[in-house]
Design a protein around this ligand. Structure first.
Ligand SMILES: Nc1ncnc2c1ncn2[C@@H]1O[C@H](COP(=O)(O)OP(=O)(O)OP(=O)(O)O)[C@@H](O)[C@H]1O
Length: 264
């Protein structure tokens, strides 16, 4: 039986602009994410995807509406946040340096993650490195000694080590070579599901979303304009904005789908 992991209800997030005005970046969004589900969130640059993700993590103040995560309201992180309040949602960013400490070895960072994992876990540093296709003898190296793609895989391993129940990828493949994008996206899906987590995968790459997500939500100007199973949205997009977005994907196999992408 599926359970609701995350529930957004009429969520509105605004930014104060210099001077008097405000900008509504997320406008009355209602959205559910079930356990063990991969939801793709797509939309053009500036439509509010990152703001939504940051609000879910407690990094943005909520103007109105609510966010329930594992049944409890998400509070904005601040000085009084306890470390254990941070554990269950992990974010992987476009720039892997944003989630890695440049002064600690990758092995130490993955070990830190395992230490704060609230569940007993069968993962080990070597096992996680192997999962992301790096040999265990790289554990003593520092993040700057890796390529962008390798760093992103280390950031994913570190995130999984902490035992999240929600993994959020905020454009995690945008800075990678095209040849690596699908592989890293597929890896995130596999590791999230294998460790019992759900995933919110934010991207403007619709072809990749189609291969890794169960459902897709389409965002335009701060609002979710359409949400549904990937095949339904691709086959019969209901919203005119979704139709335009899908029409703009370069066709690879005639359907805008890149074949065989999920195998990480
Ligand atoms: N700290 C901020 N202060 C003021 N406005 C902001 C701030 N952060 C984002 N915005 C504005 O909020 C809107 C939504 O931005 P957001 O980064 O959430 O969009 P996005 O869909 O993630 O874009 P991208 O795909 O380019 O990352 C944009 O108009 C952006 O300029």
């Amino acid at each position: 039986m599926t359970e609701t992991l995350l529930q957004l209800k009429d969520l509105t997030v605004k930014y104060r602009l210099p001077g008097k005005g405000t900008l509504t970046a997320v406008n009355e969004v209602s959205l559910n994410l079930e356990s063990s589900q991969v939801l793709g969130l797509v939309g053009e640059s500036g439509c509010g995807k990152s703001t939504l993700a940051r609000a879910i993590c407690g990094l943005e103040a909520i103007h109105s509406g609510s966010i329930l995560f594992e049944g409890a309201p998400v509070r904005r992180l601040g000085m009084r946040t306890r470390p254990r309040d941070l554990l269950r949602i992990q974010m992987v960013f476009q720039n892997p340096y944003a989630s890695l400490n440049p002064r600690r070895t990758v092995g130490a960072q993955i070990a830190d993650g395992l230490r704060i994992n609230p569940q007993s876990t069968s993962w080990s540093v070597a096992g996680l490195l192997e999962e992301v296709e790096l040999s265990s003898d790289v554990a003593n190296r520092f993040p700057h000694q890796f390529s962008g793609g390798q760093r992103q895989r280390i950031a994913i391993a570190r995130a999984i080590a902490t035992g999240p129940s929600l993994l959020i990828g905020d454009e995690p493949i945008a800075s990678l070579d095209a040849s690596l994008q699908a592989k890293v996206a597929g890896l995130m899906r596999r590791l999230a599901l294998e460790s019992g987590a759900s995933m919110l995968f934010i991207t403007h790459d619709l072809a990749v979303v189609r291969t890794i997500a169960d459902e897709v939500a389409v965002m335009n100007r701060g609002e979710i304009v359409e949400r549904g199973p990937v095949e339904r949205v691709w086959g019969q997009p209901e919203n005119p904005y979704t139709q335009r977005l899908l029409a703009a994907i370069p066709a690879v196999d005639g359907l805008g789908k890149l074949p065989g992408l999920v195998d990480a």
